[in-house]
Design a protein around this ligand. Sequence first.
Ligand SMILES: CC(C)(COP(=O)(O)OP(=O)(O)OC[C@H]1O[C@@H](n2cnc3c(N)ncnc32)[C@H](O)[C@@H]1OP(=O)(O)O)[C@@H](O)C(=O)NCCC(=O)NCCS
Length: 141
Amino acid sequence: MELVIRDLFAEDIDRGFLETLTALAEVRLRPREAVAVFQKRLRSGVLTYVALDGDRVVGTASLLVEQKFIHGGGAVGHVEDVAVHPDYQHRGIGTALVNHTLTQARQRGCYKVILNCFDSLIPFYLRMGFRHHDACLRIDL
Ligand SMILES: CC(C)(COP(=O)(O)OP(=O)(O)OC[C@H]1O[C@@H](n2cnc3c(N)ncnc32)[C@H](O)[C@@H]1OP(=O)(O)O)[C@@H](O)C(=O)NCCC(=O)NCCS
């Protein structure tokens, strides 16, 4: 399989993208609704990447670049929603997607990249060079 990683296009949404995301969580969007969400994300600067086997989406990861006042106005990358289709897991696709977001964050001038993950996935991220940093907290609104 020749893996290609690139930006998400609207046409990809119907080609395995939503199904791939359900590896992470319930999506509850019809393809047309997902296209509207995609356009909203584009307007707010959320970067969505996909891994493709031919024209089938088999993995995805997102990157948000946050412009800070502190650290001399530096930028921080936030990796979100990493998912690989169950039929394609354990073949290096998740690692390739996260490395792609790191390259993109570097090109956009980020001085660090942070993410939240399930405890069970900590070794997966440690292998890529991430280290433990602070705690993750949440409040439901
Ligand atoms: C986590 C995930 C993105 C990894 O993608 P992948 O393409 O399988 O990852 P890689 O092949 O690059 O690396 C595989 C390694 O990741 C780790 N890993 C993958 N899935 C794991 C899981 N569910 N629990 C613990 N470790 C896991 C293992 O160390 C695995 O090594 P192995 O193949 O030798 O068993 C994918 O399993 C997935 O989509 N899971 C469901 C959604 C999710 O949890 N997303 C992460 C949110 S932070």
